[in-house]
Design a protein around this ligand. Structure first.
Ligand code: SF4
Length: 414
């Protein structure tokens, strides 16, 4: 296809596709899907080889949020039967983080529900960051605490945080349809505050909330313009008890096209397959590794992922390798924006090569996320391939509420 040849050439040169080209990727047929994956895979391998970075989520504070993000199981008024607890103690957070690092994770993502942290919260998280870094040499720490002031961002950076996550989630034009308690502009501002403080920005999206192809392209181009170092791509987990509980409208093929489009628009950025991986890609998960260079290990914030060992086996079986702590994730031309391998590093910056740029993440980006068909800590989930049609009811076979790890007495899945 001329389209794919043009997109590969641009990706290898770090040039942006046109908006029409990005839309055309989303409009490709199932007959063309493997060609699309192969083309985007060439771009992925150019900048990241066959490495897969593992990230590990620690939910510091779960549920009871005053914000009303429609996709989130922790939202105001959520009836989802999730774990609810206030701040983990630093030693509890360290234990959870250490389990993730022992399982192969290179980055620990500390997430807390809420509109944004108080100064006292920032002090608390700062102590937690310092304790995690003391006990896990070379680990990267990303904080995800909601809307952030410039001063708070600087304090987190001073405490040793490498990155900050705040997602844009959806296009500016549809943002008010999914959340009313804060604005798209609030989110953009937080990403910029993090960047200004020298934190590596992590910002992404959630697909499957009823948005159009144009909306998806809009948010991904907005992300490119913001120029984060990592872009998490979440696929909505329609959590029972949330307003989007019936939005089962993704197929594995649709997810792969979306990931390919993100890779073409953000060719040299860490594209992270986030929540919804197991639920929506199911047996097609290994194909997504040709598009993304980063995933979460084990469980998500409020839902279960497949067993950590199943993640590692999948990576090995597909011919990829887990990225080690001694390897720098981003290509050399972007390294001003991330922590040098094995060190705290000075984050910040972004891709100067981007003529437009890439975007942000919310500590939600992962909340109402993925899960698996199993509720055990060891079984490999991946449910049947039949659940992708729209308009279906609860999929308890696909979405399991997290009942282990942080906030429980059971060991974490890592
Ligand atoms: S995404 Fe974050 S801010 Fe929004 S409801 Fe969930 S926890 Fe609260």
């Amino acid at each position: 296809m001329d389209l794919l040849t043009a997109l590969v050439d641009k990706g290898l040169r770090r040039e942006s596709p046109t908006r029409d080209e990005a839309l055309a990727v989303l409009a490709t047929s199932d007959d063309e899907l493997l060609d699309v994956v192969a083309a985007a895979g060439r771009v992925r391998r150019e900048w990241f080889g066959r490495r897969v970075k593992l990230n590990y989520l620690v939910n510091l504070k779960s549920g009871l949020c005053p914000e009303d993000c429609s996709y989130c199981s922790q939202r105001l008024g959520s009836k989802a039967d999730i774990l609810k607890y206030t701040w983990l103690k630093p030693d509890e957070a360290v234990a959870a983080a250490t389990a993730g690092v022992s399982g192969g994770a290179k980055r620990v993502c500390l997430v807390a529900s809420g509109r944004g942290p108080t100064d006292r919260d920032v002090d608390r998280v700062s102590r937690t960051i310092e304790a995690i870094k003391d006990g896990n040499e070379g680990v990267e720490v990303c904080a995800c605490l909601g809307l952030l002031s410039g001063d708070q961002a600087e304090r987190l950076r001073a405490a040793g945080a490498d990155a900050y996550n705040h997602n844009l989630n959806t296009s500016e034009g549809t943002y008010a349809d999914i959340t009313t308690t804060h604005t798209y502009a609030d989110r953009v501002d937080t990403v910029r505050q993090a960047q200004a403080a020298g934190l590596s920005a992590c910002s992404g999206l959630i697909a499957g909330m009823g948005e159009s192809d144009a909306d998806l392209v809009d948010v991904v181009f907005s992300l490119r313009a913001l120029d984060p170092d990592s872009v998490p791509v979440n696929f909505l987990i329609p959590f029972e008890g949330t307003p989007l509980a019936k939005e089962w409208n993704l197929t594995p093929q649709r997810c792969l096209r979306i990931l390919a489009m993100v890779r073409f628009v953000c060719p040299d950025v860490e594209v992270r397959l986030a929540g919804g991986r197991e639920v929506h890609l199911r047996s097609m998960q290994p194909l997504a590794l040709h598009l993304v260079n980063s995933i979460f290990l084990g469980d998500y914030l409020t839902s279960e992922g497949q067993a950590g060992q199943a993640d590692l086996d999948m990576i090995a079986d597909a011919g990829f390798e887990v990225e080690g702590a001694d390897t720098t994730t981003l290509p050399a031309h972007r390294r001003g924006g991330e922590a040098p391998a094995g060190a705290g590093g000075d984050a910040g910056a972004g891709c100067g090569a981007h003529d437009t740029a890439c975007g942000s993440c919310a500590h939600d980006g992962v909340p109402a996320q993925a899960a698996t068909a199993t509720a055990t800590a060891t079984a490999a989930p991946v449910a049947s391939s039949s659940g992708s049609a729209s308009g279906t009811g609860a999929r308890t076979d696909l979405v399991a509420v997290r009942r282990r790890g942080a906030g429980t007495d059971l060991p974490p899945n890592a």
